[in-house]
Design a binder for this molecule. Structure first.
Ligand code: MG
Length: 357
């Protein structure tokens, strides 16, 4: 399985050191979030990743994580400066058809597929257990005073229980590994928005880190983004089958047709809107924008200005009987001039009533 990856890590806005660590060594990818006084956190996360990288690839990833647990635990016992240190660890190995995933702690792995996001890992935290038990809501967990309490971490006990799973992947899938410095700062909706709108994996990792910092950056932030690429040499149809219009091609043709029809309608509408005529609205002479035509019950014009000139009187004049059908003019100004002419003709006719036949 061919993948492309991006990675970003940042100290954040508050912490004095970055105790997060990451591994991007194909086919192995991981995020670790260390904890412990002095340099304990940094040592724990680095040592855990070095250990899984160095351990035999013939054993399962979960076994390699158990090796890492022993290495951190032993170092913690040998060196008083880092006594009690520990780390989270969320690691994946890319396999021919998916991922092998191993996980301890509250870093997370997400799968983005078809525009939706699924959390692959379960947080090993007190609040997560309380949410699952129905004792508190997810919203309450976000602000709970003990939200950082881990129930499981790597290196703090001689043995550790490791969550492991196999994840089948498809072309176009995107996997995100991250420390809680990301998920503690931005919502899953914000995460999804960035992950679905940023095609490049490196740019995605950078944007996620930036978003967490913008939201406060109270913890170290680390993000690994893994994109499943279409395999080169994927079986292309070698035998030419009788040519048929594929659904994709049909969709493209439909799309082009719709665009062409919309363009034609838009051009027609623009032309209609550029036309003017003088006609009758109710009992009065009016200026219309458009053409005096009705198509399928739709008038292709609208009243622009209804005057106080009586339409019956105007149409009684020799030249203006055609107002009933609409007198076409070339502009709104010409329509106003036409109205003025009608008014003048009416005034003239009224001034000489006795001369009319
Ligand atoms: Mg953290």
């Amino acid at each position: 399985m061919k993948v492309a990856a991006g990675v970003a890590t940042d100290i954040g806005k508050v912490r004095e050191a970055n105790e997060d660590a990451y591994l991007v060594e194909h086919p192995l990818y991981a995020v670790a979030d260390g904890m412990g006084g002095h340099r304990g956190g940094e040592v724990a996360s680095q040592l855990a990743l070095e250990t899984i990288e160095a351990s035999a690839v013939t054993v399962t990833l979960a076994d390699r994580v158990r090796d890492a647990n022993r290495a951190v635990f032993e170092r913690s016992g040998e060196d008083r400066a880092v006594a009690g240190m520990g780390t989270t660890l969320t690691a994946v190995v890319v396999t021919p058809d998916g991922l092998e995933l191993a996980h301890v702690g509250d870093s997370r792995a997400y799968l983005m597929r078809g525009g939706s996001l699924r959390q692959l890992t379960q947080d090993h935290t007190l609040v997560d257990r309380m949410v699952r038990a129905g004792e508190i809501t997810a919203d309450e967990a976000d602000v709970h005073p003990h939200r950082n309490v881990l129930l499981r971490s790597l290196g703090t006990e001689p043995e550790v229980q490791v969550d492991e799973q196999q994840v089948a992947l498809l072309d176009g899938d995107r996997v995100v590994l991250c420390s809680d410095g990301l998920t503690g700062m931005i919502t899953e909706d914000q995460l999804l928005a960035i992950v679905t709108t940023t095609p490049d994996p490196q740019e995605t990792a950078d944007r996620l880190v930036k978003a967490a910092n913008r939201a406060g950056g109270i913890d170290n932030i680390t993000v690994v983004v893994i994109d499943v690429l279409r395999e080169e040499g994927d079986p292309e149809p070698v035998i030419r089958a009788p040519r048929r219009t594929s659904p994709k091609r049909l969709a493209i043709i439909s799309g082009i047709t719709i665009v062409a029809v919309i363009a034609l309608l838009t051009a027609t509408r623009a032309w209609i809107d550029s036309r003017w005529y003088v006609g009758v609205s109710g009992d009065n002479v009016a200026i219309y924008q458009g053409i005096p035509v009705e198509v399928l019950g739709v008038e292709l014009s609208r009243v622009d200005l209804e005057t106080s000139v009586d339409a019956g009187d105007a149409m009684a004049l020799p030249f203006w009987a055609s107002l009933a059908d609409g007198v076409n003019v070339d502009s709104r100004q010409e329509a106003l001039d036409t109205i003025a002419t009608i008014e003048a003709d009416l005034a003239e006719a009224q001034a000489l009533p006795e001369e009319r036949g």
